[in-house]
Design a protein around this ligand. Structure first.
Ligand code: HEC
Ligand code: HEC
Length: 365
């Protein structure tokens, strides 16, 4: 393996010539070369000096490189971005994602967005809230055998240590200190993830009086917040964060019998079975398929569920029951579905999917 460094225009390009074994399904090993390309002066992020370590542009840049680097996985085949794709709001376009050795994840990939304010503070991460801190959780996908196939945090640090361009990137991020540790890797990735915000939507512009919604979008908004009371659970739709440090875990009647106990598997309580985190609906237009198991391919299918598909079970949320105690039949008309979807589409942040600061720093050859 050899490293060449040269300056070209505004870009300092580091070429890493290496053979990245990438296992194909047939079992053959493919060689490919990745080239790291970073701007000479780091991109401007929402840097913060009053945190420890300071969330500098250099630390966030290091996080960006790690997020896209397949070196973090056994077999050098998977990076965080394999399942959290920028073009679709840092989610995945399949019900279950393929991790190490083509094994499937147990649940649908969650879009990474608006986690910044929770760095250092507890929140509910994953569909079942099994993790509370972003910085300690970002290494979990790597050590999780299905996702990235690595055994322990030290093995990750050792791997990163062997990649020629990292000592310099760590030195920049850590005040000249080139030492690479799992903790630093986690801090950098968490800092990067924390920058991904979906606050630039039509709905945000409407809320700040900078734009108007169309007639159809307004109709959808009223159905969402009034007639069908979707907003009683999906508060996160109006607030960029989850609307609080902890989210509710709710059963929306997807099944009569739960194959995935969700929150219940964490707490061990019968009353939590079949309950899952209320997901943010920001960028929902981009993040199909839907629900914790990706069972619905389209928003129309989601609305069909609320309209006439809610299944009865002991833990079904009261808000989704009628006065007779049975599952609500919302009977949402086709016109109303069109309006609701028009409103949901105002929650898309198109800037984040194209912002070069969040794109891959690697160029494949
Ligand atoms: C093989 C696919 C895969 C890879 C690789 C992967 N993830 Fe995920 N990610 C998922 C899935 C699936 C979930 C939801 C899991 C669950 O809830 O049980 C998830 C959830 C998350 C969440 C929780 C978001 C929330 O709002 O609760 C974060 C943050 C996250 N991943 C970050 C990362 C980072 C950082 C990496 C790289 C170190 C990574 N992921 C690698 C599939 C993946
Ligand atoms: C009682 C609380 C509650 C109400 C009311 C509710 N939802 Fe949900 N919604 C949830 C929960 C919880 C999930 C995730 C369920 C799961 O995956 O098991 C969800 C999932 C969704 C999803 C898929 C999100 C994703 O990322 O996969 C969409 C879209 C959605 N709801 C839209 C709506 C609309 C539109 C309404 C009103 C017609 C509505 N919801 C009413 C709690 C609620």
């Amino acid at each position: 393996m050899k490293t060449k460094i040269f300056l070209s225009g505004f870009f300092l390009t580091i070429i890493l010539v290496g053979f990245y074994s990438c296992k194909k399904e047939s079992g053959t090993v493919q060689a490919s070369v990745l080239r790291l390309s970073l701007p000479d002066v780091p991109f401007e992020y929402n840097a913060m000096q009053n945190t420890f370590p300071p969330r500098s542009n250099d630390l966030i840049t290091l996080g960006r490189v790690l997020f896209y680097d397949t070196h973090l996985s056994a077999g050098n085949s998977i990076s965080c971005a394999s399942c959290h794709k920028q073009a679709i709001g840092f989610s995945d376009n399949t019900a279950f994602s393929r991790g190490f050795e083509n094994k499937l994840t147990g649940r649908n990939s969650i879009p990474i967005q608006n986690l910044g304010s929770f760095q250092g503070q507890p929140t509910s991460l994953f569909w079942d809230g099994r993790e509370s801190f972003l910085t300690s959780m970002v290494l979990k996908p790597i050590t999780n055998h299905v996702e990235m196939g690595m055994n322990d945090d030290n093995a990750i640090a050792e791997r990163v240590n062997k990649v020629p361009f990292y000592p310099e990137l760590f030195a920049k991020a850590y005040d000249g200190d080139k030492t690479i540790t799992a903790v630093k890797i986690a801090e950098a990735i968490a800092s990067f993830c924390g920058q991904i915000k979906t606050t630039n939507t039509k709905f945000d512009l409407f809320n700040s009086g900078q734009t108007k919604l169309s007639g159809l979008e307004t109709e959808g908004m009223n159905l969402f917040f009034s007639k069908y009371n979707c907003g009683s659970c999906h508060q996160s739709t109006t607030i960029p964060s989850y609307g609080g440090f902890f989210t509710d875990f709710i059963n929306i009647g997807l099944d009569e019998n739960y194959t995935d106990k969700g929150r219940g598997a964490q707490t061990g309580l019968e009353v939590d079975n079949g309950k899952f985190k209320v997901p943010s609906l920001r960028n929902i237009e981009l993040t199909a398929p839907y629900m914790h198991d990706g069972r619905f391919a389209t928003l129309v299918e989601v609305l069909d569920h609320y309209s006439h598909g809610i299944a009865n079970s002991a833990n079904l949320d009261e808000r989704l029951k009628g006065t007779n105690g049975l599952p609500l039949q919302m009977n949402i008309s086709n016109q109303e579905k069109t309006a609701l979807i028009a409103f949901l589409n105002t929650l898309t942040d198109y800037t984040i999917t194209q912002d070069v600061r969040f794109s891959t720093p690697f160029i494949s050859q």
